[in-house]
Design a protein around this ligand. Structure first.
Ligand SMILES: [Zn+2]
Length: 59
């Protein structure tokens, strides 16, 4: 079941226009909506790596 994003009216599937407000209903395709460039995820250092860095600074 779909809902109108404009007025929130409940709309049967297959209907392209909201019968209440007449807004055009778009099929939800979140993958194509946002086209932000993907940034590489930098993994956080593990506890072991932190320990090694800490000991390296001490010595
Ligand atoms: Zn509507």
């Amino acid at each position: 079941m779909a809902y109108c994003g404009k007025c929130g009216n409940q709309i049967e599937e297959g209907v392209k226009f909201c019968p209440a407000c007449g807004a055009a209903l778009q099929v939800a395709q979140p993958e194509t909506v946002q086209s932000e460039p993907q940034q590489p995820v930098q993994p956080e250092p593990t506890a072991e790596e932190k320990l090694q860095q800490a000991s390296a600074t001490i010595i």
